[in-house]
Design a protein around this ligand. Structure first.
Ligand SMILES: [Mn+2]
Length: 271
């Protein structure tokens, strides 16, 4: 397998410890992509779910092992805890081996742009004001993921490609309340207030790279449904990477196809 070299890779919302986590797909992605800087932008381990209905397979352990071995091999790893792994926030600003745990970071791209890197839940009016609502939504989302799995099994039998029902419903519901727009503008406003050129976040499980009021807004997506990551090339160009077809962990390794990595969007260096 050829390995693509990038300067930086950002991944978020892996949700290790849950049934929905696409740990196998992430391992294949990490094997195929090398980088100097690796940012884990929150919700890496889902402690909320681990307390109630833990689901932890060898692949979940392998993801942690892979990150640790990357750090040992010289990759500069930064872990920014999210709301599902807020437990790790108590370790912020402690250098743990080769891994820096921090509430937020500022990344300087190769072409000199400064990007605020945060998970994003602190800018989400739903999780900030109504934690109970976020937790309830979390259970509903579980049900949706099970439905999604059955739905796609049926589609596979009919020879139809994978289609994310849960991403569709989530997209519809959240769009309806202008949730995403409010989230994007809160984050870009914060980057602008600090004199930075952009922001990289996760949290809402929706990969995006676009200009919002003159500030670059990047969302890394997630490793539950979309299997996406943000990457910086050596010249500072940013692009969203996606596994063309998300796979599920219940399939034996041999049956899984090679990941077809597609570049979703590219943003050139801004002067
Ligand atoms: Mn989150």
């Amino acid at each position: 397998m050829t390995t693509a070299r990038y300067r930086t890779i950002w991944v978020s919302d892996i949700h290790l410890g849950t049934r929905g986590c696409q740990a196998g797909a992430l391992l294949e992605f990490l094997d195929a992509h090398d980088c100097e800087y690796l940012y884990l932008v929150g919700d890496i381990i889902d402690f909320w779910r681990l307390k109630r209905t833990p689901h932890w397979t060898q692949l979940h352990s392998d993801v942690i092992r892979k990150v640790l071995s990357r750090a040992r091999g010289g990759t500069i790893v930064t872990l920014i805890p999210g709301n599902h792994d807020e437990y790790l926030r108590r370790f912020c600003d402690l250098p743990l081996g080769n891994i820096m745990v921090t509430r937020e970071a500022v990344h300087r791209t190769a072409d000199g742009r400064l990007l605020l890197v945060v998970h994003g839940d602190e800018f989400d009016s739903i999780t900030r004001c109504h934690r109970w609502l976020a937790l309830t939504g979390d259970v509903g989302y579980d049900v949706l993921l099970v439905l999604n799995r059955w739905f796609n099994r049926a589609r596979r039998l009919l020879g139809l490609p994978y289609w994310s029902l849960s991403a569709y419903v989530k997209g519809r519901v959240k769009r309806a309340v202008s949730f995403i727009t409010a989230f994007e503008s809160a984050l870009t406003h914060e980057a602008s207030r600090r004199g930075l050129q952009g922001v990289v976040c996760g949290h809402i499980h929706r990969a995006e790279q676009r200009d919002v009021g003159g500030i670059l807004y990047c969302n890394t997506g997630d490793w539950v449904e979309s299997c996406t990551a943000l990457a910086e090339r050596t010249d500072g160009t940013l692009e969203l990477l996606s596994l063309a077809q998300p796979r599920t962990d219940h399939l034996p390794r041999a049956r899984r196809r090679e990941p077809a990595v597609a570049v979703l969007e590219t943003s050139g260096a801004r002067s």
